[in-house]
Design a binder for this molecule. Structure first.
Ligand code: AMP
Length: 558
């Protein structure tokens, strides 16, 4: 495919905002593409020269591109910059410069899509001294052979600013329209995309092997798969009812607050991918080591959550943990500072066998066979099947008390549905609008936290100017937060009786919870279910706390 023909397609896509027109244009172009141009076309219309899981950087900045335009055309840097500034797009500046070139290349060869695509990919391999100069030369070489329109799109592609309004969805529809017939065509393309995560392969397979070929596509190691997602439940009961008709086929698991990861293993080779399918293997040498040591399967693909823990064994807030994901240098330092545990909850392939179409119960047996748990390094996600809702409720409470976010509810009969929020997985966590409540009484904890006032009774303002209790709080805070709260509360103690203390209403806390129940247990007539500490409202006085009327309103609304 001449590059000029690809550019004509880009221009047509650029010229319309209508999805259907985009799909039609792209479908026509895909159907007409030569054998080995299909992949580059599918990539470049979405502005990509690499497959999504390839962790490569072309190393092409705006200034490098401007230099390449100058080298190719002889137009001065000042002029290029002025056009660039005016339009805001270096692609436009490249087109203008090629049109006003003061020098011509002697041996101009027409560009092909393949050449542009492959040459750009090569830029990512340049390393070390002189690599930037080589990049400038390479891009300048391409621009010397380009006409103005080609230069415009070449630069946009190199900079990753293609912006044709063509996403994965449009591309899938176009592939279906180009190569398949029938109602289910788009769904078949979508499924193939979800398991392979490779639209180039999907397009090629649809063209060469049709529906049957697409249906045969399965997982391949080191090509991450889109992850199955959860829907939000309105509380535990709703979650159980939504996830399966029969409560006996529901598994509840802790919902960990960390990073979703997919771990691919083939012998000694281990790669860790995020939910966005980016590689984070280098940031987690400790995880790689744990996987090498404790995964007994030769080849497998496992799904789980990475969580950072503090010295006391409490999960660290996500903001702290995310430092580990971002840090690419001096990684060892952070490995010490924030140790992580890999909590595994699913297996998508095991010893070469794809498990997508198996029920969760079977995938879990494969997971069990694939590794030997090691405390504090690599563990199964804590979870069970429950005989009744009451025991599931106490499991939920124990998840919150252990500092986790809530629970996941999973249908044990369901297959793995990549990328979908289909309702075979539901999440239940305290989700109601937070309340600002005053601490009215407190209780000294037992055990590890016995120096702390770990259980706090909370009140809302009542119409008489006092405070009516609505529940008690014992989760959601770190040891530091609890120590600070204890310090402050001891200044306000008015009476003590055993482990119970009465305090002056002085401190306002922001609290989340799952539900408000009518309950005779507290003075307000209401009780918060599963309350969780969010923050101390330093900015609020007790008189600014939420009143009973708001609690009533929220109760009515739910
Ligand atoms: P959310 O991010 O609130 O939509 O919740 C879904 C996320 O919860 C998943 O993508 C996982 O990262 C995370 N998660 C934590 N624990 C589990 C678990 N036991 N099973 C599945 N997902 C979990």
């Amino acid at each position: 495919m001449e590059y000029a023909d690809a550019v004509a397609v880009y221009r047509e896509l650029d010229a319309t905002d209508a999805d259907l027109e985009k799909i039609e244009t792209l479908a026509e172009a895909l159907a007409a593409a030569d054998d080995d141009e299909l992949g580059p076309l599918v990539g470049t219309v979405r502005g990509k020269v690499f497959e999504p899981w390839v962790d490569a950087d072309l190393g092409v900045s705006s200034s490098l591109t401007a230099e390449a335009i100058e080298t190719a055309t002889g137009v001065s840097a000042a002029e290029i910059e002025s056009v660039w500034r005016e339009s805001g797009d270096l692609g436009d500046a490249a087109a203008w410069a090629v049109d006003h070139a003061t020098q011509q290349s002697l041996f101009s060869e027409p560009l092909t899509l393949r050449r542009v695509h492959d040459d750009l990919r090569e830029l990512a391999d340049y390393e070390g001294a002189g690599s930037q100069d080589r990049r400038v030369d390479e891009v300048a070489g391409l621009l010397s052979d380009a006409d103005p329109e080609e230069a415009r799109y070449l630069v946009r592609t190199a900079l990753g600013h293609m912006r044709l309004g063509v996403g994965d969805g449009t591309t899938r529809e176009a592939i279906a329209a180009a190569f398949l017939d029938g109602d289910e065509a788009a769904a078949a393309v979508e499924r193939a995309h979800q398991v392979t995560n490779d639209l180039r392969l999907v397009a090629r397979t649809a063209r060469d092997e049709g529906r049957a070929g697409l249906d045969d596509l399965g997982v391949e190691l080191f090509r991450p798969v889109q992850m199955m997602l959860a829907k939000k439940a309105e509380g535990l009961e709703d979650g159980v009812e939504s996830v399966a008709d029969d409560p006996a086929s529901v598994r509840a698991e802790y919902k960990y607050d960390g990073a979703r990861v997919q771990v691919h293993v083939d012998g000694d080779r281990v790669e860790v991918y995020t939910r966005r399918l980016e590689t984070i293997t280098e940031q987690f040498p400790d995880v790689v080591a744990a996987v090498r040591e404790h995964v007994t399967a030769e080849r497998c693909l496992l799904d789980g959550e990475l969580v950072g823990y503090d010295d006391a064994g409490e999960p660290v807030p996500f903001q702290d943990f995310s430092r580990r994901i971002k840090r690419k240098y001096d990684v060892e330092e952070l490995v010490e500072e924030i140790p992580v545990v890999l909590h595994l909850f699913d297996a998508l392939s095991h010893e070469g066998e794809s498990l997508f179409d198996r029920p969760l119960s079977s995938r879990l047996s494969h997971l069990e066979d694939a590794f030997t748990p090691a405390d504090g390094a690599i563990e199964r996600a804590t979870g069970h099947r429950f005989e009744d809702l009451a025991s599931m409720r106490s499991f939920y409470q124990s998840a919150l008390e252990a500092g986790h976010e809530g629970v996941m509810l999973k249908n044990l009969e369901a297959t793995y549905q990549p990328g979908n929020r289909v309702g075979y997985v539901m999440k239940a966590k305290p989700v109601m609008e937070p309340l600002d409540l005053v601490v009215t009484r407190a209780q000294w904890s037992e055990g590890r936290r016995s120096d702390y006032l770990g259980r706090l009774f909370l009140g809302c303002r009542d119409p008489d100017g006092g405070f009516a209790e609505v529940g008690r709080l014992s989760t959601g805070y770190t040891d530091e937060e609890l120590a600070a709260l204890t310090d402050r509360l001891t200044d306000h103690v008015v009476a003590e009786d055993g482990r119970m203390v009465d305090v002056d209403p002085a401190i306002v806390l922001e609290v989340e919870y799952e539900e408000i129940q009518a309950s005779p247990e507290y003075g307000s007539g209401y009780a918060l279910r599963f309350p969780r500490f969010l923050d101390v409202r330093e900015d609020l006085a007790p008189a600014d706390a939420d009143g009973l009327e708001r609690v009533e309103r929220l109760y009515e609304k739910q």
